[in-house]
Design a protein around this ligand. Sequence first.
Ligand code: AP5
Ligand code: MG
Length: 219
Amino acid sequence: MPTYILLIGGPGAGKGTQAQVLREKLGLPQVASGDLFRDNLKRQTPLGQLAKQYMDRGELVPDDVTVSMIRQRLQQPDAAGGVVLDGFPRTQPQAAALDALLAEFGGRVNVVLYIQVADGVLLERLAGRWVCQGAEQHTYHLLFNPPKQAGVCDVDGTALYQRADDTAEVQGRRIKVFFEQTAPLIAHYRERGLLAAIDGEQAIETVTADLLAALSART
Ligand code: AP5
Ligand code: MG
């Protein structure tokens, strides 16, 4: 049976950072809705252009568009054994659609890892973040996780950039949207006995260790 692991957390909580490590450790692909939208935008697809209108404002892309993109991604052969979902689902309708979708694949949500980080810390994380231009969108932080050479990705050598939605104004909006629209999913998954809450305000390696411990207790 395929394994589906969800990562939930506010903007800058460390979902992408941890999903990249879990991918290596568990051998499951990372499926990040935000990365998929950014990849579409880079390729100037209609989906990318549509998503940009919402992302630039820090709003969520409509559920039907997001669900259909995830559906297509989960149907790819490399996802047959399961995936680590980073940033999806983010609304109640997305969570319901995911249940239906995974049932089609003979699976279900196995565990939901909530990376808990206070608002002030989220802002500090986003302010110092730099991302690479490679397909895997490797993530650095000026203070907490600097690249070996300034401005260059350690892994694929591409130049680092700051995301268009990492301006102070849009950051605040994204955090508000998280608490309004996505945070209710925490209670939803807790009630179903699927949630593991992890203290995300620790060193990156410590958060990884806690996530792996929570996974081995539940999968
Ligand atoms: P998305 O790309 O998912 O952005 P987000 O949720 O705002 O989260 P981030 O990617 O900003 O943060 P992260 O948790 O991945 O943190 P990271 O690891 O980078 O979505 C962008 C947009 O796309 C949305 O606003 C929306 O418009 C749209 N979208 C996406 N999914 C959607 C959906 N399902 N439905 C509708 N719309 C959707 O870490 C942040 C920084 O902190 C880095 O610099 C990192 O190095 C550093 N860091 C990480 N961990 C630590 C640590 N433990 N200690 C110190 N520093 C750390
Ligand atoms: Mg991310």
